[in-house]
Design a protein around this ligand. Sequence first.
Ligand code: GLU
Length: 321
Amino acid sequence: MTIFKSIAIAIASALVAGTAATAQEKFITIGTGGQTGVYFVVGQSICRLVNRDSATTGLKCTAPSTGGSIANINAIKAGDMDMGVAQSDWQFHAYNGSSQFEGDKFDKERAVFSVHSEPFTVIARADAGINSFDDLKGKRVNVGNPGSGQLATMEVVLAAKGWSMADFALASELKPAEQAAALGDNKVDAIIYTVGHPNGSIQEAVSTVDAKLVNVEGEAIDKLVADNPFYAYSTIPGGMYKGTDSEVKTFGVKATFVTSSDVDDDVVYEVVKAVFDNFDRFKKLHPAFENLTEEEMIKDGLSAPLHDGAVKYYKERGWME
Ligand code: GLU
């Protein structure tokens, strides 16, 4: 064979391989949350790991900022997004057609894994005279943007306490990216955020104004935790943020990763593989991921059935029968 002929064959086979790879190219979108929250980092981190293998898997992953849990679940249900991060309470309600999802059951919802814990967090200006959740009555409170998990969970808490939005002097619905500035500019007295710690939004808030995290306790919270499998008591360690030196007591949920049974098994398998084959690397991508364990992630906070693609990987690893 002449040198030219072998070069020609090499080029031809490269072209064939190139065409084959292009044919399999598949774009996937992961729903996250506000850019200063932790969901955004979850989505960006998963995509970063998935995209490292694009040449072999054909998967190209993007994780845009979104409104949060409820927006993500609705986008997955509508087929506009493939996967997303959602609080364990809203994963449960979507699958069961309860609470905000009454009459709007998402039977095809599938769990993939859970991630970090998300305490229901109240951050108040130090000068606002707020020392517990009950002190929020009559105050200006940012309750969360529409589509967020925090707004939806806040509504549950208000109902449990027999309160309504009218009990606040103002109930604003600013996004996480805007809420820290609103607290700093004295437009609100407090912020409600169900989120992993530490996070950029609260760090930004406490660096611009004297503010502190306050406890969320009492009978109504005890009843929520007793009655619902997806709620648990939760604490935020003291010293995590400037102005909050002692441990804060509240309740919380898990951040979870969800999808739909309409998403191909191969796609979910590759995404799960990208995360768990590179688990040490993943855990270093945000301090809220530091203490994650595989055992807890494939079990805790999951109420929808696991997606078949995820089950395939967990069985291969010997984590499931
Ligand atoms: N838990 C919030 C939600 O469901 C998002 C928190 C975050 O972005 O980290 O909307």
